[in-house]
Every structure is written in structure tokens, then in C-alpha cells.
Design a protein around this ligand. Structure first.
Ligand SMILES: NC(=O)c1ccc[n+]([C@@H]2O[C@H](COP(=O)([O-])OP(=O)(O)OC[C@H]3O[C@@H](n4cnc5c(N)ncnc54)[C@H](OP(=O)(O)O)[C@@H]3O)[C@@H](O)[C@H]2O)c1
Length: 327
């Protein structure tokens, strides 16, 4: 699979990576064996970038990655984790001592001395404007605890503030056919600065696969049940912040735009890969079949201008008003 480079850090990632929130918790049950088969399927399909976090299953996702990579020393996978959401979400918690403790735990979970890329995990907005925070991250690099750092953001404004920090190697942001605002300023600014863009929630939590109906019931331990209105964390992380009924109808229209040979999910991934400035898109997968189908999107032909215009129209008419003024 094609790889792209994070300009500032010169690290490489497959253009389609793998999100591993699903292998931790919050998406219904996934057993440990199944989780390993997802990682295996992704790697065998050419994926060389895994995204995880210390909070996914409280370390389970990181540990599963360590188990898998420990059994496959032949593979070279860039692993990005995140830190900061196991404590109260107040700026006072974003200090060097805490960073060191969080980093120690992630290094243990991942079984490495130095983490390839660590991302602040959607911290409170003032954190992006704190010199002390970025000095502390530089210290983690100097101490060889991490090779590089980036941020995962909720809003375009946060992304732009982070890009202006010279040490930030990557910005992770929600980008998909139901979340287009980052195309306006964030992607051009990142490209100009050499900051990598990691596109998350690319399938709008699965909506863009077109497989759900208004009557679909998600498991109780799935954020698509318990965070639909932002009850547990930012509403934008569930179905990209689109109201479910609106999303199901728009997803049906989106599915009808899929060219021959593309599934709707692959159409969404291909659309993201084609946006200038994107380094890697990280769909989450709950089965090896999903992981393989998502990786295959990297090899599909470019979308035509006609399809791109139709996707844009759909967004403008049905989705934009719900999301653009919020994130
Ligand atoms: N704050 C943050 O930093 C943050 C927040 C969210 C996500 N992330 C990262 O981004 C990754 C991706 O986002 P996400 O997992 O939230 O959402 P996503 O990738 O948009 O959606 C994942 C869901 O889409 C469905 N799916 C995946 N592949 C499919 C396929 N080929 N065909 C049909 N359905 C498919 C599955 O749903 P079913 O389970 O219904 O099959 C899967 O659980 C996460 O795993 C995580 O690594 C980071």
C-alpha cells in the first residue's frame, strides 16, 4: 500500500491505517482473539499505521497491539497512542510529571522504550495555548520517551493553534463526507507547515457504510447507544455529531453515489484519501473482513469530479448546518 510522510517528523504511514478504539471498549464486545485477527488482517493488507490510546479499554487496545507486534517482528508498523483522558479534563492536569507517568504506563502497555508518536487526546482548549505544555512535550522527546508528538483535536480552531506550534508533527481530526470543514483552512495550513493529518471517524462511526436503518439497535456498551447526544464525551465523536435519523437518510443517498466496485464505506475512505493534505485515514474495524475491505480502498481508482461534486452537494444540503458551526 502507498505510504505518505509526516513532513516535520519524516515518519511514514500507510495511506489507510487502522483505528483501534474498537479493540479496547465502547463498541460492544470484541474478544481478545478477534482483536488479534483484526490487527493481522490489517497488517497483511499493507497497513503500516495503528492508532490507539491509553484510555481504549483502559490499556487493552495498547496491550493487544503489543501482543500482536511482539509475535510479528518482521512487521514495521508506526504506532501512535494518545494520553490525557484518564484524568479530569482540566488544564492543570497537563503537566510534565503527569506526562511522564502517563508515558511510563503506555510504554509498559505497548512494550517499547520509546513511543513512535504520542498525541494529546482532545485536551481542554486552553491547553493548546500553553507554552509549558509544549515545553513538557519537548522534554519527553529529549528524554527519548517518545520520538514525536502530535494532537488529536475536536475543532478546526484547535487544529490551527496546534499547527502553529513548531514541534507538532501531526494533527488528528474528524474528516469525512459528513464533516468537511477541515478542508477549508486546516488541511492547507497543515500542508504548508509539514504537519501530518490523521483523519479519524472516517465512516461517521459506521453510518457512511449505509448499513444502519432508523431501527438499528446498538449494544448497550456501545457509544452509539450511550453517547448519541454527547452524554459521556464530545457529541462529535459519535456519528460525527450528525443527528442519527438525518444521518441514516443522508447515508442512503451517499450509498447511491458509490461507483461500481466501491462499497459506500470504500467511497468514504477513497474520498478522504484524495483530499490534499491527508496523510493517513484510520477507519476502526471490528472484524478482519472490515479491516481488509478498508485497506482495499487505498487501491481503488480516483473518484471522478462528478462524484466529488455530488458528495459535496449532499453535504451542503443535508449535513452542513448541523456540524459546521460546532466543530
Ligand atoms: N478523540 C480521538 O482522538 C478519537 C475519537 C474517535 C476515534 N478515534 C480514532 O479513530 C478511529 C476511527 O474512528 P471510529 O472508529 O470512531 O469511527 P469510524 O472509523 O468512522 O467507524 C468505525 C465503525 O464503522 C464500521 N465499519 C468499519 N469498517 C467497515 C466496513 N468496511 N464496512 C462496513 N462497516 C464498517 C464498524 O461499525 P460496526 O461496529 O457497526 O460494524 C466500525 O466499528 C478509532 O478507532 C480511533 O483509533 C480517535
Amino acid at each position: 500500500m502507498d505510504e505518505r510522510t509526516f513532513g516535520r517528523s519524516q515518519q511514514h504511514a500507510s495511506v489507510v491505517g487502522l483505528g483501534t478504539w474498537q479493540l479496547g471498549a465502547d463498541w460492544g464486545d470484541v474478544d481478545d482473539k478477534e482483536a488479534l485477527t483484526v490487527l493481522e488482517a490489517a497488517a497483511e493488507s499493507g497497513v503500516t499505521f495503528f492508532d490507539t490510546a491509553d484510555v481504549y479499554g483502559d490499556g487493552r487496545s495498547e496491550q493487544t497491539i503489543a501482543t500482536f507486534l511482539g509475535s510479528r517482528p518482521d512487521l514495521h508498523v508506526l504506532v501512535a497512542t494518545k494520553m490525557g483522558r484518564r484524568v479530569d479534563q482540566i488544564p492543570e492536569n497537563y503537566v510534565l510529571d503527569n506526562f511522564r507517568a502517563w508515558n511510563d504506563r503506555s510504554r509498559r502497555n505497548l512494550g517499547v522504550d520509546r513511543i513512535d508518536l504520542v498525541q494529546l487526546h482532545c485536551p481542554p482548549t486552553p491547553v493548546y495555548s500553553s507554552d509549558e505544555v509544549f515545553d513538557a512535550l519537548d522534554t519527553l522527546v529529549e528524554e527519548e520517551r517518545i520520538a514525536h508528538y502530535g494532537v488529536s483535536v475536536e475543532t478546526c480552531e484547535e487544529a490551527l493553534t496546534a499547527i502553529a506550534r513548531p514541534g507538532v508533527a501531526s494533527v488528528q481530526i474528524i474528516l469525512n463526507p459528513f464533516r468537511m470543514k477541515p478542508l477549508i483552512e486546516v488541511l492547507p495550513a497543515a500542508q504548508e507547515a509539514g504537519v501530518g493529518i490523521i483523519a479519524r471517524v472516517p465512516l461517521a462511526s459506521g453510518l457512511l457504510s449505509g448499513k444502519y436503518t432508523k431501527d438499528t439497535v446498538f449494544p448497550e456498551n456501545d457509544h452509539r447507544t450511550y453517547n448519541r447526544h454527547g452524554e459521556s464525551f464530545d457529541q462529535g465523536e459519535t456519528f460525527s455529531g450528525v443527528d442519527y435519523a438525518t444521518g441514516v437518510e443522508a447515508a442512503a443517498a451517499f450509498s447511491a453515489l458509490a461507483p461500481e466496485r466501491y462499497t459506500p464505506a470504500q467511497l468514504a475512505l477513497r474520498w478522504i484519501v484524495q483530499q490534499p493534505g491527508v496523510t493517513s485515514v484510520i477507519p476502526g474495524a471490528r472484524s478482519p473482513e472490515q479491516a481488509r475491505a478498508n485497506a482495499a480502498a487505498a487501491k481503488l481508482p480516483e473518484l471522478s469530479d462528478e462524484t466529488l461534486v455530488a458528495i459535496r452537494d449532499l453535504y451542503e444540503k443535508r449535513i452542513k448546518d448541523q456540524v459546521e458551526n460546532r466543530w
